[in-house]
Design a binder for this molecule. Sequence first.
Ligand SMILES: [Zn+2]
Length: 147
Amino acid sequence: MTCLDCQKELSYLDHRESLERLNLELCPAHRARMEKLMRTHKTPIEAIQLYYGLKKSGTRAMLAWWDGKKTVDLAVSRVKLNIEIDRGHGAMTHDQAMNDLEETMHSFKNGFTHIRIPDFLVQKYYRETLSNIEGIIEGLKNNIKVV
Ligand SMILES: [Zn+2]
């Protein structure tokens, strides 16, 4: 059992506590760093879980990335992909829907792809969600090559 971030060996207790709190294998230092991010930037735990999933397959992403206007939960700058975790499951109001559409429009204008992923999707179908994101990244990479 080693830390996903620094490969440091984890004690049984550290391992258990990290799994209980974040469902990720992290050393106390990296766990504290992620918990701080969750407090200060309101980064959703699902974004952190996806971040480490992407890292595992060799994709560098950034958590709580400032895009000049707001903080994006997770960004893959190489392919200009912004990922936001959607936490509101309730019925969407017209205003929210229009705000989302405008945000997406601004992202596209700036050359960014903006996707929203409901938090429950990450919780329930982590593997499938991750592999779809990897597919999107792959697709974006190919599009960049064409241009
Ligand atoms: Zn670590």
